[in-house]
Design a protein around this ligand. Structure first.
Ligand code: BES
Ligand code: MN
Ligand code: ZN
Length: 510
């Protein structure tokens, strides 16, 4: 999709379609009122006849509007004006995009970005509009023999900004939106790919492909089973032992900052299929455990966004990737392993495998990259889905400043996280009679005890954990990867880069 920004009056747009909003009940937004005025009350007359109430999700495509230069006008319901928030804005844009795509308007000028939205400037609206459109029009049909595609798809969308003064910042916002959307797309594609294609080896190849697209700033290093056994990654290797598919530790370095600047480390869970291992999962919906690598995919997606944005910071992605399968060589409940950190773990449930691969990856990142902050991203617990549903990521952290940065980034990006407590009381649930800790903490507070386990490997780090078990994919009719939390993580890095640039500027001025 091609996006541009433009200022000007809706009546003067020579295009296939102009998109304007209508609030409920039958109240024209400012751009719609301009069209109405130019056309001598044409839209008012339509509304009076009851063709459109203005409810969320409603649309009306109108032809032959007098005295305007466009072929048609798409009216989009916005809901009540006082309830028009970020979510309503994004939904209105998505609805417009889907309608245009289906109805054969290959080009349109969209005035939804000119609507007032409390606390959000034009750049925010433009960036979010780009991301919402790309999100709404995403399809994963590469494995279908005959993909269903619109005959005349939307190709070019012009986003209206209120004045010429905002053209430059609008263009910048388009670039940012596109970069994040490309990261989200990569993450969704990887998540949606079946587990017989998207193996640890495939993820490593994808990381190399990413480096190939950005050779000047991205480096990749991949470790195999022998390397990791030699290093002493006993926990990660305990998970990998049951599978014939070779495990990989994928390290992707993005170098956009200074030579000596410590990186932000992103550690992503890359279980390309989670059967549970010997602690086998029930058959119901087990196919969804192909999405158990969405943490890994979001690390690659965020690095893709980062590289496209050429952010002036250093980031390192560390991805432990393996399958979790039962077999004659698989880990047994009761096995005790030594982690890379030296701490021992009694594996009481082989289905609590995410923390086992992550703990070694965290230690590896700490030792080899001395990160300024480390964030792990994982589809870690069913308990998190019970606690927060599919709307918020679970966030747990040992550093209040880092947690607040992530919460704020999530709000800006409409990709929110919600913090859960990481108190010592919960940590006590991990006690083992035979090793330093068990890999499970009982039925209660499962999302928290999983994070407590990881926290034991991040004591010397500024660390945060995002549990994306509920947010990384949708189930049912709309089953598929969401690309979350790439928007949150990208925003977090954008904000960090901006703050560091500000700090450097102030230092220069001395
Ligand atoms: N990948 C799963 C978590 C999961 C389950 C995500 C369902 C989304 C939907 C993870 O490896 C797992 O199996 N966790 C166990 C932990 C338990 C054994 C302590 C769980 O949540 O049941
Ligand atoms: Mn599991
Ligand atoms: Zn898992």
């Amino acid at each position: 999709m091609e996006f541009t920004v433009k200022s000007g009056s809706p009546a003067k747009q020579r295009t296939a379609c102009v998109v304007v909003g209508v609030y409920e009940p039958r109240r024209l937004s400012a751009p719609a009122a301009e069209l109405d005025e130019a056309s001598g009350g044409f839209l008012t007359a339509l509304l009076r006849r009851g063709d459109l109430e203005g409810r969320k999700g409603q649309t009306l495509l109108v032809y032959n509007v007098p005295n305007v230069l466009c072929d048609r006008v798409l009216l989009v319901g916005l809901g009540r004006e006082r309830d028009f928030d970020e979510r309503a804005f994004r939904e209105a844009v998505a609805t417009a995009a889907r309608t245009l795509d289906e109805r054969g308007a290959m080009e349109a000028v969209c005035f939804l970005t000119a609507l007032p939205l409390k606390g959000r400037d034009t750049a925010w609206k433009v960036q979010q509009a780009v991301q919402a459109v790309e999100h709404a029009l995403y399809r994963f049909d590469r494995l279908k023999s005959e993909p269903e595609r619109p005959r005349r798809p939307l190709r070019r969308l012009v986003l209206a900004v209120p004045s010429r003064r905002e053209l430059a910042s609008g263009e910048e916002a388009v670039r940012t939106g596109r970069a994040v959307a490309e990261g989200v797309r990569l993450t969704r594609d990887l998540g949606n790919l079946p587990p017989n294609t998207c193996t640890p080896t495939y993820l490593a190849d994808e990381a190399r492909a990413l480096a190939g697209r950005h050779p000047e700033r991205v480096r990749v290093q991949v470790l195999g089973r022998e390397d990791m056994e030699r290093l002493g990654m006993g926990a990660f290797m305990a998970v990998a032992r049951g599978s014939a598919e070779p495990p990989r530790l994928i390290v992707v370095e993005y170098r956009g900052g200074g030579e000596d600047e410590r990186p932000v480390a992103l550690v992503g869970k890359g279980i390309t299929f989670d059967s549970g291992g010997i602690s086998l999962k029930p058959a119901q919906a087990m196919d969804e455990m192909k999405f158990d690598m969405c943490g890994a995919a979001s690390v690659l997606g965020t690095l893709e966004a980062c590289a496209r944005l050429e952010l002036p910071i250093n980031v390192v992605g560390v991805i432990p990737a393996t399958e979790n399968l039962p077999s004659g060589t698989a880990t047994r409940p009761g096995d005790v392993v030594r982690t890379l950190s030296g701490q021992t773990v009694e594996i009481l449930n082989t289905d609590a495998e995410g923390r086992l691969i992550l703990c070694d990856a965290i230690t590896y990142a700490e030792r080899n990259h001395q990160p300024e902050a480390l964030i792990d991203i994982a589809t870690l617990t069913g308990a998190c889905v019970i606690a927060l549903g599919r709307h918020a990521h679970g966030l747990l952290s040992n550093h209040a400043g880092l947690a607040n940065e992530l919460l704020a980034a999530g709000r800006t990006a409409c990709d929110r996280a919600w913090e859960l407590p990481l108190w010592p009381e919960y940590d006590e649930q991990l006690k083992s009679n035979f090793a330093d800790m068990a890999n499970i903490g009982g039925r209660e507070a499962g999302a928290i005890t999983a994070a407590c386990f990881l926290a034991r490997f991040a004591r010397k780090l500024r660390w945060a954990h995002l549990d994306i078990a509920g947010t990384a994919w949708l189930t049912g009719e709309r089953k598929g990867a969401t690309g979350r939390p790439v928007p949150l993580l990208s925003q977090f890095l954008i904000d960090r880069a901006a703050r560091r640039a500000g700090a450097r500027g102030r230092a220069r001025e001395g």
